[in-house]
Design a protein around this ligand. Structure first.
Ligand code: ZN
Length: 118
C-alpha cells in the first residue's frame, strides 16, 4: 500500500468480531514469542557443543525478529499505543498502522519517521 488509508468499522457487532479476532491472533503471536524466549533459556542448559548452541541461538534470534516484525506492521495493534480495539490508519512511510487517536495526536512524528521501533 502506497497511500494513507483509514479503516473504520461502524457496526458494534462487527467491531466485537474484529476485536475478538485481533485478540486471538495477538495471543497466538504472544505465545510464540514466549516459546522462543523459553527455547533460548533452555538452550543454556542443553548438552550441546558451543557451536551447536550458537547455531540454534542464531536461528532463534532470526525467528524472534520475524515474530516481532509480524506484529510491528500488522493492523492488529496500534504502532504507537499498542491498543487492539480501535479503528486503524495506515501510514505508508513506515508501513505501520495506528489508531486514529495516536495518528491525529502524533501525525507529524509518525509521518516523518521511516521506522518506529515497536
Ligand atoms: Zn494508538
Amino acid at each position: 500500500m502506497e497511500h494513507k488509508k483509514e479503516i473504520k468499522v461502524m457496526d458494534p457487532r462487527l467491531r466485537a468480531i474484529r476485536n475478538n479476532l485481533r485478540e486471538i491472533i495477538y495471543l497466538r503471536w504472544d505465545q510464540e514469542g514466549l516459546q522462543l524466549i523459553q527455547a533460548q533459556s533452555h538452550l543454556l542448559d542443553a548438552h550441546l557443543s558451543q557451536e551447536e548452541k550458537l547455531l540454534i541461538h542464531l536461528q532463534l534470534e532470526e525467528n524472534f525478529k520475524q515474530n516481532r516484525n509480524l506484529m510491528k506492521n500488522s493492523i492488529i495493534m496500534c504502532g504507537w499505543c499498542h491498543q487492539r480495539d480501535k479503528d486503524a490508519i495506515y501510514n505508508p512511510s513506515n508501513r505501520q498502522w495506528f489508531c486514529p487517536d495516536c495518528y491525529n495526536e502524533h501525525e507529524e512524528e509518525i509521518i516523518n519517521k521511516t521506522s518506529i521501533v515497536y
